[in-house]
Design a binder for this molecule. Structure first.
Ligand code: BES
Ligand code: MN
Ligand code: ZN
Length: 478
C-alpha cells in the first residue's frame, strides 16, 4: 500500500497540518491565537518537540527541530521527527497531513521522507484489513520546496516501498523464477528493459557458481539483466549494479548452524531487491545515466543432488573453486555475475549483498560495510551519498595478504577464509572476478531488522536504495 506524497502550492484549508519550526523564536504567529501561543510556549518550556492543538475541524501539529552542527545531521533529525510525528498521526487516525516549513526552507522534504517511510507496512497476507495504516496522504507545501522535488522524492520512496515488498515476500511465494516475474512486474512501464535468462541459458554460459548453489533445488535459477539506457545518458560506459538474489538460504549441506538463523533468510535477496528498486527510482525520475542491473537468483537448499563441501566447481570465468562451505553461497553466484559484467566495459560496478554475518557483527545495523578497487574519488562520492541518505558506509581494506586466506591446495581458490576477517575474505573472493573499478557493499546488518528502528521500521528496510539513488544522481550531473 503506497502512501500518497504530493505538492500543494497553497495551504489547504481544514486539513491537519504539521508546522515545522527550526527554533522557538520562529513560531509563525499569524497561525495561532494568543491563548494558543501561550500554550505552545509553555509546552516548549517543558522541552516538548511536538505540540498538538485541536482545531476541531483538524489537528495542528507543531514540530520543533533545531538545526544540528552538520547539515546531514539536521536532515536526519528531520527524518526522525517525521517518525515521531507518524506515531502521533497514527494515534489521532489522521488520513491526510500537510507539512509546512515555517522557515520557508526544505525541512518538509526530510520530514516527509521519515513520515512516509514510517508509514510502510506489509499487509499482503493479512485477510483482515482492520490493521491498515490510517495515514493515506502526505502533502508538502511552502515556498522552499518545488513540485519537482516532491515528485522526485515520491518516486524514490515508492522505490523503497517496492524494494521492501520484494524482501518481505515469503520464500514459498518467491522462487527465483517468481522473483524475476515480480521484478518484471515492478519495472513494467518504467522504461527499464529486463531480460531473464533461464536454466538452459545459464548452463550454456557455464555459470558454475550459480548452477552449483542451485543444484539441490527443484526450481530453476535465473540470471536477470535490467537495463536503463536513456537517450540523454551522460556516461559512455555503463554503471553496473549487481545484486545477490538468494531467495532463501538454508546454508545447503553446511546447514546454518546457529539457532533461528534460517528464520529470516527470505531476506537473502535484499541486494537483488535494492538493484531493482534503484533502477525503478532512476527510471521513474528520468536520471540521465546508463545503468545496468545484474541479478543472479536461486535458492540454497538441501537435497541428495546438492553440491557438497569438498566439491571443486568451475566458474563462469573458467576458474576453479574448492567449496568448503555451501553456506558461503552468495560469493559464488556473485562471482559469476561479476565476471559477466566484464562484457559491458563498465566504468564502475557496485555489488550489493547480504553477504556475511561478520559484516553485521563488525558494524551492526548502523552501517554498511564497503570495500573496493574503484578510485578514491568515486569511493568518497559514494561515502558522501551515504552521509546524505544516512545510509553510512564503513570502508574495510582489501590488503593483498587477505588473498592468502582463500588459498586452496587443489583449486584456484576456496570459497571461505579463516575464522577472522570474514567480511573481508568474502570481499577478496569477489575482487578476484573483477577487472574494472569495483565497489562491494555488504548489507547483512542493515537489510532486515528484527526490532523496529525509527523510519527504517521492522523487517525489510530497503537498505541502499536511497544511498545508490543519491550516488547515481550525483554521477549524472557530474
Ligand atoms: N546470507 C548469509 C549471510 C547473512 C547472515 C546475512 C546473517 C544476513 C544475516 C551468507 O550466505 C552466509 O551464510 N555467510 C556465511 C559465510 C561463512 C560460511 C563463511 C556467514 O556469514 O556465516
Ligand atoms: Mn549462506
Ligand atoms: Zn546467503
Amino acid at each position: 500500500m503506497r502512501t500518497e506524497l504530493t505538492y500543494a502550492a497553497t495551504l489547504p484549508a481544514n486539513t491537519s497540518t504539521a508546522v515545522l519550526v527550526p527554533g522557538r523564536d520562529q513560531l509563525p504567529q499569524e497561525l495561532f491565537s494568543q491563548d494558543e501561543l501561550d500554550y505552545i510556549n509553555r509546552q516548549l518550556e517543558l522541552k516538548s518537540t511536538l505540540v498538538v492543538l485541536n482545531k476541531y475541524t483538524h489537528q495542528l501539529y507543531l514540530v520543533l527541530t533545531e538545526p544540528r552542527k552538520k547539515e546531514n545531521e539536521t536532515h536526519e533529525a528531520l527524518r526522525k521527527a517525521g517518525n515521531t510525528l507518524h506515531q502521533r498521526l497514527s494515534a489521532d487516525k489522521v488520513d491526510t497531513v500537510v507539512l509546512l516549513d515555517a522557515a520557508d526552507a526544505e525541512a518538509a522534504l526530510f520530514v516527509a521522507e521519515g513520515l512516509v517511510l514510517s508509514n510502510y507496512s506489509f499487509q499482503r497476507y493479512k485477510t483482515e484489513k482492520a490493521v491498515a495504516p490510517t495515514l493515506k496522504s502526505v502533502v508538502v507545501t511552502g515556498v522552499g520546496v518545488t513540485e519537482t522535488q516532491v515528485t522526485e522524492l515520491s518516486n524514490l520512496l515508492d522505490a523503497v516501498y517496492q524494494t521492501r515488498d520484494l524482501i518481505n515476500t515469503p520464500p514459498n511465494m518467491q522462487t527465483a523464477t517468481q522473483l524475476s516475474e515480480q521484478i518484471q512486474e515492478m519495472l513494467q512501464d518504467t522504461g527499464v528493459e529486463i531480460e531473464i535468462l533461464d536454466q538452459v541459458q545459464i548452463q550454456s554460459l557455464k555459470m558454475g557458481g550459480l548452477l552449483s548453489v542451485n543444484q539441490a533445488s527443484d526450481e530453476s535459477a535465473t540470471f536477470n539483466i535490467l537495463e536503463w539506457k536513456p537517450q540523454n545518458a551522460t556516461n559512455a560506459q555503463p554503471v553496473i549494479l549487481v545484486g545477490k538474489g538468494v531467495v532463501y538460504d538454508t546454508g545447503g549441506l553446511s546447514l546454518k548452524p546457529t539457532p533461528n538463523s534460517m528464520d529470516y533468510m527470505k531476506s537473502d535477496m535484499s541486494g537483488a531487491a535494492a538493484v531493482a528498486g534503484t533502477l525503478y527510482a532512476i527510471a521513474k525520475n528520468n536520471v540521465p545515466l546508463h545503468v545496468i542491473g545484474l541479478i543472479p537468483a536461486t535458492d540454497n537448499l538441501i537435497s541428495g543432488k546438492g553440491f557438497a563441501p569438498g566439491d571443486v566447481i568451475s566458474m563462469h570465468s573458467g576458474h576453479t573453486v574448492e567449496v568448503l562451505n555451501t553456506d558461503a553461497e552468495g560469493r559464488l553466484i556473485l562471482a559469476d555475475a561479476l565476471h559477466f559484467a566484464k562484457r559491458y566495459n563498465p566504468s564502475l560496478v557496485i555489488d550489493i549483498a547480504t553477504l556475511t554475518g561478520a559484516a553485521a557483527r563488525a558494524v551492526g545495523r548502523e552501517g554498511i560495510v564497503m570495500m573496493g578497487t574503484a578510485d578514491e574519488m568515486l569511493k568518497s562520492e559514494l561515502k558522501l551519498a551515504g552521509e546524505a541518505a544516512h545510509e553510512r558506509l564503513v570502508e574495510f581494506p582489501l590488503w593483498e595478504e587477505y588473498q592468502d586466506h582463500l588459498k586452496s591446495e587443489i583449486a584456484d581458490l576456496k570459497n571461505i577464509g579463516g575464522a577472522e576477517a570474514g567480511a573481508i575474505s568474502a570481499g577478496k573472493f569477489l575482487e578476484f572476478f573483477t577487472n574494472y573499478p569495483w565497489i562491494h557493499l555488504d548489507i547483512a546488518g542493515t537489510a532486515y531488522l528484527l526490532s523496529p528502528d525509527s523510519y527504517r521500521g521492522k523487517h525489510a528496510t530497503g537498505s541502499s536504495v536511497r544511498l545508490l539513488y543519491h550516488f547515481l544522481t550525483s554521477q549524472a550531473t557530474a
